[in-house]
Write a protein of this length. Sequence first.
Length: 100
Amino acid sequence: MANIVTDEAIRFGKPRIEGTRITVLDIKRRVVDGDEDPFAVAAEYELDAAAVFTALAYYYDNVEAMQALEAEQEDRQREIRRESRSLRDRLEDEPTSEEA
């Protein structure tokens, strides 16, 4: 049976399937949010189905903590998009060497 582990050096300490870099949230996003077949997800990741179901059970056993992780990731993604837009806007506003 697969275990769910954390290690700050791997995937920023997010809960993941032992022996892999596949996080609980990776599985949840595909199976729950993406409505993919758990057996197909297991096959694509070269896992047994039990590992996928263990990850899903972990998610629901720790739903508040997992939702907090998801919210943190969403906040970080928004921040990165803002920073990217800001950088792009600054670069577009700078004169090129041909214009200077």
